[in-house]
Design a binder for this molecule. Sequence first.
Ligand SMILES: Cc1cc2nc3c(=O)[nH]c(=O)nc-3n(C[C@H](O)[C@H](O)[C@H](O)COP(=O)(O)OP(=O)(O)OC[C@H]3O[C@@H](n4cnc5c(N)ncnc54)[C@H](O)[C@@H]3O)c2cc1C
Length: 477
Amino acid sequence: MPRDFLKDAADEYDVVVIGSGLAGMTSANILGSAGHRVLLLEQHYKLGGLATWFLRPGGHIFDISLHGFPHGMIKSCRRYWSRDIADRIVQLTNIRFDNPQFSLTTSFNREDFTRLLTTDFGIAPQTVSDFFDTARGMNFYDDQATTTRQLFDRFFPGRDDVVRLLMEPITYANGSTLEDPAITYGIVFSNFMSKGVFIYEGGTEDLVARMKKELVKNGVDIRINCGVDKIDVEDGKVSGIQVGDRKIKCRAIVSNANLRTTILNMIGPEKLDRDFVDRTQAVRLNNSSTQVYMALKEGEEIDESSGDLFFTSTAKEFRTDLLLSRDITSRTFSFYYPRTRPQKKKERYAIVSSTNANWSDWSDMSEEDYNASKADLVETTIEALERYIPGVRDKIDRAEAATPVTFNHYTRHEMGASFGTKFEGLGVSRELPQQIGGMFHAGSVGIIMSGWLGAINYGVIVSNEVDQLLFNESSPV
Ligand SMILES: Cc1cc2nc3c(=O)[nH]c(=O)nc-3n(C[C@H](O)[C@H](O)[C@H](O)COP(=O)(O)OP(=O)(O)OC[C@H]3O[C@@H](n4cnc5c(N)ncnc54)[C@H](O)[C@@H]3O)c2cc1C
């Protein structure tokens, strides 16, 4: 008999949260602490979604998406999670770039970028200041027709090197490109520039364990290995969910699963306005990623001068198609020193190389070709790293790769999307409750709601809306 992961679950809850990514967990936590009966359903055997990690023999732990987020995470975690979590967020100060146009090290904030742009790149101080102010002044209600490329052309015409410095980390941080609306760049860039790049000290497993503790404390019923197949709708309102043949009733649903999958598969087009379905079908997914995880043998070290985050590229110029190409030219290395996990007795060093990637380059291969391509990815990445850390190959105990197919497998994100959808997904996500009463979506959409901070903040926004709905429904008229 397969194990029943819904054993003893109630037949009815106030809210069901589908998916335990950062947005889903944050929504569940806020709604649980507000006193609602919350059921959190996760299809995977682990909580966290893309905020995840894996273990390998020899005591190696690899983080998938713990590379950097803006300072705002401290405030969001303190307010909506715990001081314990917020206090473990620390700054990364050694951010490096190396490409045919420039090589530099920065603490990645406005002050240091101003220094670099004016001294190393020779841009007039007033232009730099105006650019920062323009980026910081952008908000969601601004003109959405201007692209990031047009924004750069306005301030730095003909300066591909400047564009590369300003854009490469943001493409890495939220998958946005020069062709996307400028606000998707401006908001995220300004978030980082306010104070720099931060990570969670303790590793992803520690963060998710602390979040789980909070969820339990707040009475959230958590069930793993429970993939929701269907969302039930009656008289234009959600009435429950189905996991296999088990039906559970609820008054509201927050789906943290992929936006398109939620609407087109779990709800189904027949329950929605034609125009809304058309707009959902037109929502483009964000690109995916490949990663190579490398762990050093016990006792081997990497010097901290290697940096925390290292943006490398061999491409002569900065182009979106080159960033995504299977013929890899750009690799961002994250270095994990023992300080990443101070709680561990054994000192361990790991390096994760990440590159943006297209689903189509990996999805249709035979098993043999797929495995050979992964092996090639590992090999060429170690070769690339050898250029910066000679002899590193001999220090590596274990190396393996993940592809868009891996991300799709573990999260069910269509095409293995790393950052949900492109910008148009945000409008569709926000409109869902008007289509079906009590039906909400929270998760990476529209680039600005992506990444760890974007996902958490979107979870906050949506939980407030759900709380309001439940409050209004239960208040006497
Ligand atoms: C390689 C990579 C590197 C990244 N690096 C960074 C970084 O350095 N900094 C940063 O801020 N962000 C980074 N990100 C992005 C960041 O990890 C994500 O934007 C964020 O974690 C997404 O959170 P989410 O709430 O949207 O949910 P997700 O993490 O997408 O989780 C969705 C959850 O829903 C579950 N689910 C799906 N369908 C169902 C179903 N039917 N029933 C039940 N459960 C379901 C999935 O299993 C998953 O747990 C990176 C992403 C990738 C892939």
